[in-house]
Design a protein around this ligand. Structure first.
Ligand SMILES: Nc1ncnc2c1ncn2[C@@H]1O[C@H](COP(=O)(O)OP(=O)(O)OP(=O)(O)O)[C@@H](O)[C@H]1O
Length: 927
């Protein structure tokens, strides 16, 4: 029987089945007919006229179909049967040519309706954002009389009417949804999604350091920081092997993954390097819809706050109560979160402040079962809870223990501002170009300031206190302590109404400073960074003190609508600074207590394992050593506080404090600090094993050594610096993996310049950079060998170094592999080779040197007879470069080791090297 005849004979049954069924089902049939072009647009509309009974619409449809001949009738019957039996599976083949988007939406209509029906609200929002529909149109589509599928159909109908541009936009949204590139929340979750975005947007709008006094938005002042991936052997190769800097927008991609099965990305950086701000920026970009839209939900946590949760808590409560409460459908929303972990991002700021040491001993897998907060956090990191949900954790570097490392997907080092970043930050901070130019010049002209300003918090201080620095002719700060003292004066002066009459503002506000010092120190001892109204009252802090702006409302404990507030210091480094001021200037603290501040290092020196253990593991040892008042201060903050203490004894600040507060015990304390520092350094030196026969004596310094050097620098005491290195009788000073950046280089130069005998200085795997080289130059004349592997050095830094190195008689070796050197510094190196006929070793592996660079270097090699080692592996010198080098070395009588592997060298270069090897009697190794 032909299809037309079937419809005619069974018309009554068909009408009855369709009219008895739901409107949804009938419309689904129409979707099929539209997609197969059985109905044209006008016919479709006549079959969906609102207000008419379904049986009339069905009859009308059958009239249209039967007029269209047997093929159309056959398609109808097919669709009718499918409609009755099962749901179809759709497989989208998106068109390459987006000009045909409207057609595609029509031809795939049944599948698209099925895909969209759970997401219409979010899709409508996106179309609204793109300007293709209006609020009023959304309201019409979202009328409660429509089922979810009907809403999807009304949406498609509207877009068809709006033309191909709108259809193209919708198709892009559908494509992203289908391929999981953009996370789109279901209709049930949309209200919560919006609420969460609004809350995060409001929370991340301002930086805490700008609270109260200024009204600067994060968006206006945010400056990109340098993000680096550590080069590690087991970094999985995803085609980014040699790249170590990372763009923020690539933070979640495959670049730099070290463990594909893990879900935690850890961002490491020193105090004030911008970790919290970076997280805030990520959250803000997400909340504003500007990036990271593959996450439906972002839940930000502060470890400072999590530490205060003492009662058992479950994951659900943690997410909803701490971040955002769903006004309705809590169960559905939580279920969506659990079912779609890859669409959820959790951030944990300040893991170093999380008092619990990471352990994977206690498994907890239930999202609804309460347990202690540390267990929830650790099991999230391990993936026992919400596997595949990405977690971003920030921490100061040494808080990561071995157990945690197993669960790290990617490790990122935050290196603060680049040279350009400093300028950008200053320009963003000041509308007046004259002011910003003035500050930039100030920073450029002061070596010490330049080194410090790579750390964002210092850059902020300089920007904040620019008036004092530029107009009042203050001496540019030399040390970190100078910076904080400058800020202290700035805030005090700012709050003082009669500045001119005030001779010594510190003396005038001594009580305020004392109050801050007291609460800061007692907070550090108890691991407290947030202060309740009771804590504030107990420390005697008055409204007047609060108005100075050092204590700001805590973001972590905001009780909106309440009159009493929780406070925290502007930044934790200010808490350390005030604690240091109290330790130094209060006569309640005698020098023996101060001795405790440096003493803990003595037992730990040389014990890297203990140093890297989290504080809670170290504490039993630590507590035994320090029975006194400073025993509980978290090690990283203790070091910062101790550095400030040393800095406050620099001659200028010592005098200032004595003049301001007349403390009686300062002289004694100063003596104690000097003794502590000198002895701690000596102890470090004594731990060096004696040299083996025929071997040079080397010292492998620990990060603690660098900290001691920084303390000496903060004191600005040349005699102490001389005394400190007097006993250092080594040929080689190794300071690899010590977290050395530009500021540390300034301190190293200050002390190492007093070394009496030439040494080799090995600084591999730090972040010295071009600025660090500038800082080091004052001490490098003493150096016979310099190792700077993996330190982000570019041509600029190297050229500057070589300019000086030409004059240094001892300087014979330099190792620069894994940096960013190009052909542009080859002239400089060639010149060094020409001028220095006692130069021995040049290692330039894994840089970006091409044929041209190889040829330039060859010019230098031609005129040098001393060089013994040349390493150029992993560059791109090619045939021409290799040939030029081989020819240059023909007459060289010293070269014993030459490495040219991985340089794209073909037969010409290879032949030239082979010939050179034949004629060269001394060359022992060529590879
Ligand atoms: N990228 C940035 N752009 C602009 N300003 C920044 C940036 N990063 C940091 N800052 C400034 O430096 C201050 C300190 O930064 P932040 O609190 O983020 O450091 P942190 O690394 O989290 O420090 P800590 O480890 O001590 O908590 C910020 O309050 C802000 O003023």
């Amino acid at each position: 029987m032909c299809s037309l005849h079937t419809i005619q004979t069974k018309r009554e049954d068909i009408v009855s089945v369709l009219a008895r069924g739901s409107v949804d089902k009938y419309e689904c049939l129409l979707d099929h007919l539209l997609s197969h072009n059985v109905l044209n647009w006008e016919e479709y509309q006549s079959c969906t006229l609102g207000g008419k009974p379904l049986c009339i619409l069905v009859r009308n449809l059958l009239d249209i179909i039967t007029c269209k001949g047997d093929t159309c009738c056959s398609i109808f019957l097919d669709a009718f049967q499918k409609n009755e039996t099962c749901e179809e599976q759709f497989n989208f083949q998106f068109p390459d040519d987006l000009e045909k988007s409207s057609n595609y939406l029509q031809s795939e209509r049944p599948g698209i309706v099925q895909l969209l029906h759970n997401y219409t609200s979010a899709v409508l929002q996106k179309l609204l954002e793109h300007g293709f529909i209006s609020e009023c149109e959304i309201d019409t589509i979202q009328l409660p009389i429509y089922s979810p599928s009907q809403k999807a159909r009304r949406l498609l109908d509207l877009i068809q009417l709006k033309g191909n541009e709108a259809a193209r936009c919708l198709l892009k949204i559908i494509q992203n949804l289908e391929q999981g590139q953009t996370a789109i929340v279901t209709n049930d979750c949309l209200a919560f999604h919006k609420k969460l975005k609004n809350i995060i947007c409001a929370q991340t709008k301002f930086l805490s350091t700008y609270d109260g006094t200024e009204n600067m938005c994060l968006e206006d002042v945010y400056t990109e920081c340098v993000l680096e991936l550590p080069r590690s052997k087991n970094m999985l190769d995803h085609g980014h092997g040699s790249q170590t800097t990372l763009d923020l927008h690539n933070i979640f991609n495959e670049q730099g993954i070290i463990n594909e099965n893990a879900d935690t990305i850890i961002i490491l950086g020193d105090a004030g390097s911008g970790k919290s701000t970076l997280l805030q920026h990520i959250q803000h970009l997400w909340a504003r819809g500007k990036a990271f839209q593959n996450f439906c939900f972002v839940f930000p946590f502060s470890c400072r706050r999590l530490c205060c949760i003492t009662k058992p808590i479950c994951l659900k409560t943690l997410l909803f109560e701490l971040c955002c409460w769903p006004d309705q459908l809590q169960e559905d929303i939580f279920q969506f979160i659990i079912d779609h972990p890859s669409q959820v991002l959790l951030t944990f700021d300040g893991f170093d402040e999380f008092k619990f040491s990471f352990t994977d001993d206690n498994k907890h897998c239930s999202p609804t079962e309460p347990t202690n907060v540390s267990s929830i956090v650790f099991n999230l990191i391990e993936g026992n809870l919400m596997k595949d949900c990405i977690k971003v954790v920030t921490s100061r570097p040494d808080a990561v223990n071995v157990a945690l490392r197993k669960y790290i997907k990617k490790e990122i080092n935050l290196r603060g501002f680049s040279e350009e970043g400093i300028e950008t930050f200053i320009r963003k901070h000041h509308d007046n170009p004259d002011t910003s130019e003035g500050i930039i010049n100030l920073v450029k002209n002061s070596l010490s300031l330049n080194g410090l300003c790579h750390i964002p918090v210092f850059c902020w201080i300089i920007s904040k206190c620019h008036k004092e620095l530029i107009n009042s002719g203050y001496k540019a700060p030399q040390t970190m302590t100078d910076m904080y003292m400058l800020t202290l004066k700035h805030f005090l002066l700012h709050a003082s109404s009669n500045i001119k009459q005030t001779q010594n503002i510190l003396s005038d506000r001594s009580n305020s400073v004392k109050h801050f010092g007291k609460i800061a120190l007692s907070g550090l001892r108890k691991g407290l960074y947030v202060f309740s109204p009771q804590d504030i009252a107990k420390a005697g802090i008055t409204e007047d003190d609060l108005s100075l702006g050092f204590l700001v409302f805590s973001k972590n404990f905001s009780d909106e609508g309440k009159t009493s507030h929780y406070y925290e210091f502007l930044h934790v480094t200010f808490q350390c600074f005030f604690a240091a001021l109290f330790i130094v200037a209060s006569d309640d603290m005698d020098s023996s207590k101060l001795y405790q501040l440096f003493k803990w290092n003595r037992r730990q020196s040389g014990n890297l394992l203990v140093q890297r253990l989290p504080i809670s593991c170290v504490q039993p040892v630590f507590q035994r050593q320090n029975k006194m008042i400073l025993r509980n201060i978290e090690i990283r903050n203790l070091q910062i506080t101790a550095t400030f203490v040393a800095g406050l004894f620099s001659s200028a600040l010592n005098t200032l404090l004595v003049d301001s507060w007349q403390p009686e015990k300062m002289a004694m304390k100063c003596k104690t600090v000097k003794k502590c520092l000198a002895k701690a350094i000596q102890k470090h030196f004594k731990s060096i094993p004696p040299a083996l026969p025929d071997e040079k004596k080397a010292m492998h310094a620990m990060p603690e050594f660098v900290w001691l050097i920084k303390c000496i620098y903060e004191m600005q005491d040349i005699t102490l610096a001389e005394r400190a290195v007097r006993g250092l009788a080594v040929d080689h000073l190794k300071m690899t993996y010590c977290g050395i950046g530009p500021a540390e280089c300034t301190a190293l130069a200050y002390v190492l310049t007093h070394l009496k005998n030439p040494v080799g200085i090995q600084l591999d795997h730090n972040s010295v950079g071009d600025t660090g080289i500038e800082q080091l130059i004052p001490c490098l004349h003493i150096c016979h060998a310099l190792y700077l592997r993996d330190n982000n050095i570019t041509d600029k830094g190297l050229c500057s170094l070589v300019e000086h190195a030409i004059e240094w008689p001892n300087f014979q070796k330099i190792a620069l592999f894994n940096n960013g050197l190009t052909d542009n510094c080859m002239n400089s190196l060639a010149n060094l080779l020409k001028k220095r006929q006692n130069f021995l070793s040049l290692r330039l592996g894994n840089n970006c040197i091409t044929e041209v660079g190889g040829q330039i270097l060859a010019e230098g090699l031609k005129e040098n007879q001393s060089i013994k080692y040349l390493g150029l592996w992993g560059n791109q010198v090619g045939d021409a470069g290799a040939k030029a080098i081989a020819d240059a070395l023909k007459s060289n009588k010293s070269m014993v080791w030459l490495s040219m592997v991985g340089n794209n060298i073909g037969s010409i270069g290879g032949q030239a090297l082979a010939n050179m090897l034949k004629n060269n009697a001394v060359l022992e190794e060529l590879w």
